[in-house]
Design a protein around this ligand. Structure first.
Ligand SMILES: Cc1ncc(COP(=O)(O)O)c(C=O)c1O
Length: 563
């Protein structure tokens, strides 16, 4: 659309950056779906290049080779060109430029190459406009001119110009400035005789994770806005400088894969912060503060406005603080402190519910309280394995129950994972409240399994995760929509979870050695009659089964008999 509307004189080509989700099924699916559109691939390491090269279908599809490349990678890219494939090594630094030209001369090759350029990135209003931009990779215009003077034969072989401003760009003007600046470099090089055909704008197309527009992570632009910003910027430069329009290449991985994957997480238990029961009696020795809290909890009025809510809460908070201080000094019994805590929870919850019901904003000082009143919901997952971007950079993902969707949630919960780490939890949630630190949830029903959906998991999360606490990959089910199937979909493939033995092998343990050592311990105890042979067999059997199990929570009878 953007090409048609602006009258841009060339076409668009998409490349899938393998690093965003390198799983074989994902890459193959994207290649299949993208074949009709000439979708190619982008790789950034030797392993990615090795995975991609054999899958290049014909010479129509581009494989752009980014990242730091040693001699063997540069040679491999040239080999692919000898095979008639469009594999373009994109030079990231002056040293790589020199290495590529030297290897090509040695082999007698005449390879097409690309260069990654380092832009000032539209920092037009800022003092650092004149500073050397702080990008990790890329050649500045000064570097490029110097290298082309040194290696003049490279100019006609220069086929692709690349830049990348970052993933999940939230400010479209930044990308637009970058595209305009790159187009100026493109036009200057064309006018000097470069053989440039492609302008590769890298990644950056954002995904709407649900953050409010205007918030730092909010997107606030559509796919059409994105396309228009780039096409219009390049179009304008090419027209004004009377150079042919390049093929516009983009390397959007996040926007292509994020939506395909949902993580289904079972809830294992819900720990509620309980309030007072109606039949609570004031302990005989209770001090004034405890008595006040109990009165407030059992007979206290509901707040009538936001100011009243704050006043009621601060009285309760003050009283609870007093009981806590007395307990620490040994002047209040543990039973009294326990009742005071339950009473405080009742009062605080009433106020929070009042604010929620009336839609009044939660005052800043009550925020932490809302969080502390929330249930702790233990879920069968690991933040480190499945949500690494939440742990590492605080990114939020949409999470919600996948059942009871026509019921209003009445509780709030904080999701905690199986790992032993305090930060193995989800601290921020997508919600109409930009600071939501707890997730609205239904009250659990005894005997009914609750499952939560973690959405938009397909980009990066599938591959960045680490087996911290030795929690490995989760099982995968590949589902394809199918209008002919009774339910409208079919299950195409099931990939089992990592087993304990798999993971231990990755960590350098030898399964046979582990089994042997366990066997020796049991054998030595049966010899001395400290353990019966039957108990010994049972023990060995359960250890062997543990190695075959997945690394997550197992339900069912696996505990073995009473000793
Ligand atoms: C060179 C390059 N191309 C493409 C991408 C993918 O970008 P995105 O995550 O915006 O799809 C990245 C990611 O940072 C990248 O470094």
């Amino acid at each position: 659309d953007a090409i048609r509307k602006t009258g841009y004189g060339n076409r668009h080509m998409g490349l899938y950056p393998i690093k965003v989700n390198p799983l074989r099924h994902v890459v193959a699916e994207i290649q299949d779906a993208g074949r009709a559109y000439g979708m190619g691939l982008e790789c950034g390491s030797r392993a990615e290049l090795a995975a991609a090269m054999p899958h290049l279908r014909g010479d129509r599809h581009l494989l752009v080779c980014n990242g730091v490349k040693d001699e063997s990678m540069l040679a491999l890219a040239m080999d692919a060109q000898r095979l008639g494939r469009q594999v373009i090594p994109v030079v990231q630094s002056p040293e790589e430029f020199a290495a590529l030209c030297t290897i090509a001369a040695r082999r007698g090759d005449d390879p097409t190459l690309g260069v990654r350029i380092r832009l000032s990135n539209g920092t037009l209003d800022r003092w650092d406009r004149y500073a050397v931009p702080d990008a990790k990779f890329g050649l500045s215009p000064a570097d490029l001119l110097e290298l082309l003077a040194q290696y003049p034969d490279a100019l006609p072989r220069l086929g692709l110009l690349h830049f990348h401003v970052g993933s999940q760009v939230t400010d479209l003007t930044r990308l637009q400035h970058a595209a305009a600046e790159a187009a100026q470099v493109y036009a200057s090089l064309i006018q000097r005789g470069a053989g440039l055909r492609y302008l590769d704008v890298g990644g950056g197309l954002g995904v709407e994770y649900g953050d409010a527009p205007g918030s730092p992570a909010g997107l606030g632009y559509s796919l059409a806005d994105y396309a228009h910003a780039i096409v219009a910027a390049v179009n304008e430069v090419c027209r004004s400088r009377s150079v042919p329009h390049p093929v516009l290449v983009c390397e959007s991985g996040r926007a292509v894969t994020a939506h395909h994957s949902v993580l289904i997480v079972p809830v294992l238990s819900v720990r509620e912060r309980r309030g007072l029961t109606a039949d609570t009696v004031t302990p005989p020795q209770a001090g004034d503060a405890t008595a006040l809290l109990i009165r407030q909890a059992l007979h206290g009025p509901a707040p009538v406005n936001a100011g009243d809510a704050s006043a009621l809460l601060s009285r309760a908070h003050h009283a609870y603080g007093k009981v806590g201080a007395s307990f620490a000094e040994g002047r209040v019994a543990m039973e009294e402190f326990a009742v005071a805590e339950r009473a405080f929870v009742t009062v605080a919850r009433r106020i929070v519910e009042y604010l929620g019901r009336t839609g009044l904003p939660v005052p800043a000082q009550i925020g932490p309280l809302v969080r502390s009143l929330a249930d702790r919901v233990l879920c069968d997952f690991s933040v480190f394995q499945s949500l690494p971007d939440h742990w590492g950079s605080g990114q939020t993902f949409p999470v919600m129950p996948i059942d009871r969707l026509n019921e209003r949630p009445t509780r709030h919960g904080i999701l905690v994972d199986l790992t032993c780490d305090a930060d193995g939890r989800i601290d921020r949630y997508i919600s109409s409240d930009p600071d939501a630190t707890a997730l609205p949830l239904h009250a659990p029903r005894p005997g009914v399994r609750t499952e939560l959906g973690f959405f938009l998991m397909g980009a990066y999360e599938d591959v960045l995760g680490a087996p911290h606490n030795l929690l490995g990959r989760v099982p995968e089910v590949h589902v394809r929509t199918d209008e002919c199937a009774a339910q409208g979909f079919r299950i195409e493939n099931i990939v089992p979870a990592t087993t304990v033995a798999d993971l231990l092998t990755q960590m350098g343990y030898l399964e046979a050695e582990l089994r042997g050592a366990m066997g020796d311990i049991v054998a030595s105890m049966t010899v001395t009659d400290e353990l019966s042979a039957e108990a010994g067999y049972g023990l060995i059997d359960r250890y062997a089964k543990c190695l075959e199990q997945g690394t997550y929570y197992e339900t069912g009878d696996v505990a073995g008999p009473k000793s």
